[in-house]
Design a binder for this molecule. Structure first.
Ligand SMILES: Cc1cc2nc3c(=O)[nH]c(=O)nc-3n(C[C@H](O)[C@H](O)[C@H](O)COP(=O)(O)OP(=O)(O)OC[C@H]3O[C@@H](n4cnc5c(N)ncnc54)[C@H](O)[C@@H]3O)c2cc1C
Length: 431
């Protein structure tokens, strides 16, 4: 039995800690925030307990399904027939099925057929390595042509990835297309999942079983440093304490790692520092009326600087209409400095443009959540530039959402990776 510390109580840290406890280790979990959950955490939104950031579940989220079963909460999983829309150049269109594609304006039939074929083929590709070294915009343009790329992808990439938009891994973009593309009941009907009670249902159960097995949570406790002796993990330092551990698992965003563990080799520290992350400023509204009947609305309109909105209450019934308006941007972007009130005002104006029947008093509550590490930016060949999770220091394991590559960030992938990391301690899994 080893004395182990897990840094970060997001889903990855919780999954890792749970697994380590099952193996019989003594586990302390350190979390900087005042609550567990990380990106999946909830907050009190004027009496509504809801995620800071929207979360939907897709059909291929196998690691999550296994965990729900193991925790005995698989009966909380629900599926909804969801709709998608597309606001294109001032008008609302249906989206997300072959008929909607054929009816879409501004793109010729051949381009539409090429777009549809690309989407279909993406759901059939299994070998991501073939796409690993390819650049995403080049790969997509080759399949669908210049015009369809301009209409369907160019603005989306610009508003989601900014200066990184022309240096993204095709494998990484493909995995997103596939995850959503196969989450369907039929060719015509998309289906997305959610947990009754939201991500909090999973977090509550994690907290319960981790405590039952003797795990200890240290909330509002920032890990300042992991000290090393004789090339092995030695001591973990916080503002108020210093404890010896036999092993340490870090699940915090990689850009923090180099400063937290100064004894790592310079080459590895350089690699951690070089990973770019996209931040998010996420406005959320409670409303008296729905904006649309879509769960997901793509937007391509010169006067609206966001790629889409997520009308969450069209996925999960909440007793109120709830809309998330995510602004993805690097933390270095000038707009990042804007106040929360300014973001709320802009997002409200966008929504009123999408649905001109809405008035100011239809927006009953607003809130803004911000996170600097909403997702890593993955250029071609991303994975081979990451140091191994099983670090060169004995007893030190390091990962964050970057290690899902080519998969996009998801709760399910954090579950998979957190568990995989934990099995490295007794050598039962390969790094
Ligand atoms: C806008 C948005 C939308 C999303 N939509 C979906 C979706 O629809 N479906 C889906 O499945 N997933 C979605 N995700 C992704 C999902 O939330 C993440 O993949 C998952 O929650 C990541 O968990 P994690 O534990 O790996 O990382 P994190 O949640 O980032 O956890 C890391 C934790 O480390 C803590 N920490 C940092 N530094 C320190 C320190 N020095 N000491 C102690 N603690 C520290 C942080 O406070 C944080 O709690 C979304 C995420 C965002 C931001």
């Amino acid at each position: 039995m080893s004395k182990v510390a897990v840094i970060g109580a997001g889903v990855m840290g919780l999954a890792c800690a749970h697994e380590l406890l099952k193996q019989g280790h003594e586990v302390d979990i350190y979390e900087a925030d005042d609550r567990i959950g990380g990106m999946a955490a909830h907050f009190d939104f004027a009496g509504l307990n809801i995620e800071r950031y929207y979360h939907f579940i897709c059909k291929p989220d196998e690691s999550l399904f296994q965990l729900l079963k193991e925790l005995g909460i698989d009966d909380k999983l629900r599926w909804t027939d969801t709709r998608m829309g597309y606001y294109f150049e001032g008008r609302m269109h249906e989206w997300g099925n072959p008929v909607a594609l054929l009816k879409f304006p501004g793109v010729g039939l051949i381009s539409k057929l090429r777009y549809g074929l690309h989407a279909f083929i993406s759901t059939r590709i299994n070998n991501w390595q073939a796409l690993d070294e390819q650049e995403a915009s080049v790969w997509i343009r080759r399949w669908i042509g210049r015009r369809a790329y301009e209409v369907f992808w160019e603005r989306l990439f610009a508003l989601k990835f900014f200066e990184y938009k022309d240096n993204l891994s095709a494998a990484w973009i493909w995995s997103r297309i596939k995850r959503v593309g196969v989450s369907r009941k039929s060719l015509m009907q998309e289906q997305m999942g959610y947990l009754e009670g939201g991500s909090q249902t999973l977090l509550d159960e994690f907290e319960k079983v981790i405590k039952q097995r003797g795990g200890r949570f240290h909330l509002k406790t920032v890990v300042k440093q992991v000290g090393v002796k004789n090339q092995a993990v030695d001591v973990l330092r916080t503002d108020n304490d210093s404890q010896h551990y036999d092993a340490v698992f870090s699940t915090i965003p990689l850009p923090f790692v180099a400063d937290m563990i100064p004894d790592l080799p310079d080459e590895d520290k350089q690699k951690y520092r070089s990973i770019k992350n996209m931040g998010v400023v996420c406005v959320i509204f409670q409303m008296k009326k729905p904006v649309t009947d879509n769960f997901w609305l793509n937007i391509s309109d010169e006067s609206i600087d966001i790629p889409g909105i997520i009308e969450f209450s069209n996925l999960r019934p909440l007793g109120a209409h709830v809309v998330y308006v995510p602004y993805y941007m690097p933390q270095t972007h000038a707009k990042h400095e804007m106040s929360n009130d300014a973001f709320i005002a802009e997002a409200r104006a966008y929504i009123k443009k999408l649905n001109p029947d809405l008035a100011d008093d239809d927006f009953t509550h607003a809130h803004v959540s911000r996170y600097g590490f909403a997702q890593p930016i993955c250029p071609p060949g991303f994975l081979k530039n990451l140091p191994p999770m099983n670090s060169s220091i004995n007893g030190l394991y390091i990962a964050d959402t970057s290690y899902y590559y080519p998969e996009d960030r998801s709760i399910s992938e954090s579950v998979r990776l957190g568990r995989e990391m934990a099995t490295m301690l007794d050598g039962s899994a390969a790094p």
